[in-house]
Ligand binder design. Structure first.
Ligand SMILES: Nc1ncnc2c1ncn2[C@@H]1O[C@H](COP(=O)(O)OP(=O)(O)OP(=O)(O)O)[C@@H](O)[C@H]1O
Length: 311
């Protein structure tokens, strides 16, 4: 559905995208992750032809950009673009006409889109009277009015409460079930884990890793992750080192990559003589993969120094 080849883009001589290759298959949900400023929105803007790339190619449905591709793409931008004094229905009529939806088709399409996003009963409500979650869903309905094949959602659930987030997630699934391909950006790793068939992680303008969650999990050579709280981290780290376990210390979280699944009593036995406040075993999650890609084995927080009386 979408193919990007060797894409480069600089903003004011500052490289933002540095050779992106990416392919999104028809019917899949692809999640793009990366820290603030990684270039996610820039990439979306290039796909939508709102920005020109310095180099590289974007193919939509196998073709380089053509004006009719506008009708294949639907975009819901990061910031909702709504007219506060228009109702939900008026928004959809307005954007439907901009996209050239035939006038006789419009009433049915508007109703269909409002129903899909759960706003059928709010057709006559002004945008300014909608909650944040409803405004986001209206924005997605606008992106759907011309029945796009590829729906692009830039941070669709940013700043939404958990209930609204679930509603948007359900809506994304419904769009996929209706045959759409979806590209979404997010900072919520849980969202990417739950929703995306494949995930790409942008780092310093490059796609540092890409794949399904199970394939990304193979980047971490661990059967599980052990998170430990202890008043004597240095000693616990020395013990893990003696066991040959890779160690990560992210902010206040001390993590060990455990190469095999152990019983809790085996773990406690291995840490015998060390005071442990808590021990938590976790499967390898996207959070661990993301942190590893961003920081590798030079973690953002230094491994603690030996405290007096420790060791
Ligand atoms: N029009 C512009 N002119 C100059 N610099 C820009 C412009 N648009 C974006 N940038 C810069 O390009 C970089 C990438 O921005 P972009 O918005 O694509 O990142 P992002 O990954 O979407 O970030 P966020 O997660 O915060 O939305 C940033 O450093 C940003 O300041």
């Amino acid at each position: 559905m979408l193919k990007i080849e060797r894409l480069y883009k600089s903003h004011q001589k500052r490289p933002v995208l540095q050779g992106i290759d990416l392919e999104i298959k028809s019917g899949e949900i692809y999640g793009l992750l990366g820290p603030n400023g990684a270039g996610k929105t820039t990439l979306i803007n290039i796909i939508c032809h709102l920005l020109n790339a310095d180099q590289g190619q974007v193919y939509i449905a196998g073709q380089t950009w053509r004006p009719q591709h506008r009708y294949l793409l639907g975009i819901s931008p990061q910031k909702n673009l709504l007219y506060q004094s228009l109702t939900c229905g008026e928004h959809l009529y307005f954007f439907g006409r901009i996209y050239g939806v035939p006038e006789r088709e419009l009433p049915r399409r508007v109703k269909q889109c409002l129903t899909l996003v759960g706003l059928a009963s709010r057709a006559d409500s002004l945008a300014e009277n909608l909650s944040g979650g409803m405004q986001k869903r209206l924005n997605i309905a606008i992106a759907l009015i011309h029945q796009p094949k590829l729906l692009i959602l830039d941070e669709p659930t940013a700043s939404l409460d958990i209930e609204s987030r679930f509603e948007v997630w359900q809506l994304i699934r419904q769009c996929q079930q209706q045959g759409m391909t979806l590209l979404l950006t997010t900072h919520l790793l849980e969202e990417a884990e739950r929703m995306c068939d494949r995930i790409g992680i942008l780092k310093q303008g490059k796609l540092a890793a890409e794949g399904s969650l199970p394939s990304l999990q193979t980047l971490i050579q661990a059967a599980e992750i052990l998170s430990i709280q202890t008043p004597t981290p240095k000693v616990a780290i020395e013990r893990a080192q003696s066991l040959g376990w890779p160690i990560r210390y992210y902010h206040q979280d001390l993590l060990f990559w455990v190469p095999e699944t152990l019983e809790l009593n085996q773990i406690i036995h291995l840490f015998a003589g060390i005071s442990l406040t808590s021990v938590a075993r976790q499967p390898v999650r996207l959070e661990h993969i993301y942190l590893e890609i961003m920081h590798g084995d030079s973690p953002p927080t230094k491994i603690p120094q030996l405290s007096p009386g420790e060791g």
